[in-house]
Ligand binder design. Structure first.
Ligand code: PLP
Length: 432
């Protein structure tokens, strides 16, 4: 199986985290997201352990909430001693309601509305990751009004091309995020922050992209960032406590994708960082990493019912399911590849080549093309693997399709993490 938390039961059903996927589909209905909470925790621990072993005290894992955001996930992160990165007051509110401490939050985003900046400062958010001069002014002003010193990091762009999809590449000079080092603007920005009365600059941040399978971009980023730090120290006397190298570690969606040894990456990145700092005569900063996809991606699957099979001889075979771009827009957005199978007959040969079609009124509403699955009939449980990240968090109500429920599995037991949307939920905002 693609991931070690997946297996096949004696009765010939797909299992995740020790739970029978067919039984869960019967119990909760389809489409259904299933999240293996044990796997989420295991992924957190892999990162934490590697950071504790190979990097200075104070290094932290920041879970990128946008990958999968619901109240329960923040309880898990709190229990696992993981900090979080949030990008909106909505994520902030969800985390607060789940009892997650505001001090351990990092507020990201290239376009934070004033009202959300005020809300976050009032709530006691630990750090802002500053991305514009206007944002800095607003933070300084509001923190002053609240008689607080707000801690911040500055997001810069190291100008590194990661060879990932352009919609998820974020480290280049012309990108909408961050302030470029190359143009001298980042240095100027640091000086501006240091001169602010109500703001304390704790470190620098960069994030080069997502779904990265190569260690090189992180090592290159470490090189560019330590150069920048050494140069800044000479010019200003400021030394960062934290260096945040972002997230983006790749996840295996198909057998062709390599399996990544995240702990090995962190160990080598730690060595590289120590060498770079020694060469530049600067102390090794505490390292912050912001994995999203690689914490929750392989912990999730989505189960659909096949509603029909349409064969157009010589052209295409469509397998239609009771969900689609409303619960997983990633194929429609950037042709993201997935592994699929039928959960009720996973041992049968995967020799049926097809296009998996969603139910929405868009030709582009597909979950995949050239997909090999077991020969399907109506009622089979088509299951898409590795949907823990950027599925539920990107879901919509297009065509007024209610969002699926999400069931969590922990130590083989299942419980509802997010209930299915009802028709009442769909009209809850409408004036009748
Ligand atoms: C999206 C994002 C992440 C997480 O990326 P993954 O690919 O999910 O690990 C981390 N940091 C920032 C700033 C991001 O925008």
């Amino acid at each position: 199986m693609l991931h070690s938390n997946l297996s096949i039961s004696n009765t010939g059903h797909l299992m995740i985290g020790g739970a029978d996927v067919v039984e869960l589909a019967v119990k909760y209905g389809t489409p259904l997201y299933i999240i293996d909470e044990d796997r989420v925790r295991e992924n957190c621990r892999t990162y934490l352990k590697a950071l504790r072993t190979h990097l200075p005290h104070g290094s932290k894992v920041l879970y990128a909430s946008k990958a999968l955001c619901y109240a329960g996930i923040f309880k898990v992160m709190k229990e696992e001693s993981v900090c979080i990165d949030i990008v909106s007051a909505g994520e902030l509110y969800t985390a607060l309601r789940a009892g997650f401490p505001a001090e351990n939050m990092f507020f990201h985003g290239n376009s934070k509305p004033d009202i959300e900046i005020e809300y976050a400062i009032n709530a006691g958010v630990g750090h802002f990751v500053v991305d514009s001069a206007e944002e800095l002014e607003k933070i300084d002003m509001h923190a002053g009004r609240m008689r607080k010193i707000q801690k911040v990091l500055l997001r810069v762009t190291p100008n590194i091309d990661t060879h990932t999809h352009k919609k998820i590449a974020t480290g280049t000079i012309d990108c909408k995020f961050g302030t470029p080092i190359e143009t001298g603007q980042a240095e100027q920005f640091v000086k501006t922050i240091l001169a602010k009365k109500n703001v304390r600059l704790d470190g620098l941040h960069c994030h080069v992209g997502s779904q990265i399978f190569d260690e090189m971009p992180y090592c290159q980023a470490a090189e560019v960032m330590t150069d920048f730090i050494a140069d800044l120290y000479k010019k200003t006397g400021w030394m960062p406590e934290y260096l945040n190298l972002g997230g983006g570690f790749g996840v295996r969606y198909t057998e062709e994708d390599p399996a990544i040894d995240y702990a090995g990456w962190i160990e080598r990145l730690g060595e590289k960082l120590k060498t770079l700092c020694a060469e530049r005569g600067i102390p090794v900063p505490a390292l912050l990493l912001e994995p999203g996809r690689s914490i929750v991606g392989d912990a999730g699957i989505t189960v659909y019912s096949v509603t029909g099979v349409k064969e157009i001889p010589g052209h295409a075979s469509y397998v239609a399911v009771d969900g689609g771009m409303t619960d997983n827009p990633r194929y429609a957005l950037y042709e993201a590849k997935y592994t699929m199978l039928l959960a009720n007959k996973p041992k049968k040969p995967k020799n049926y080549l097809c296009t998996v079609a969603g139910r929405c009124c868009e030709s582009g509403d597909l979950l995949g093309e050239n997909i090999s699955i077991q020969k399907p009939v109506k009622g089979d449980l088509l299951t898409v693997l590795t949907t823990g990240a950027y599925n539920y968090s990107m879901a919509s109500n297009y065509n007024r399709v209610p969002r699926p429920a999400m069931v969590a599995v922990k130590e083989g037991k299942d419980f509802l993490a997010v209930r299915r949307e009802s028709f009442e939920d769909l009209i809850a905002l409408d004036t009748l």
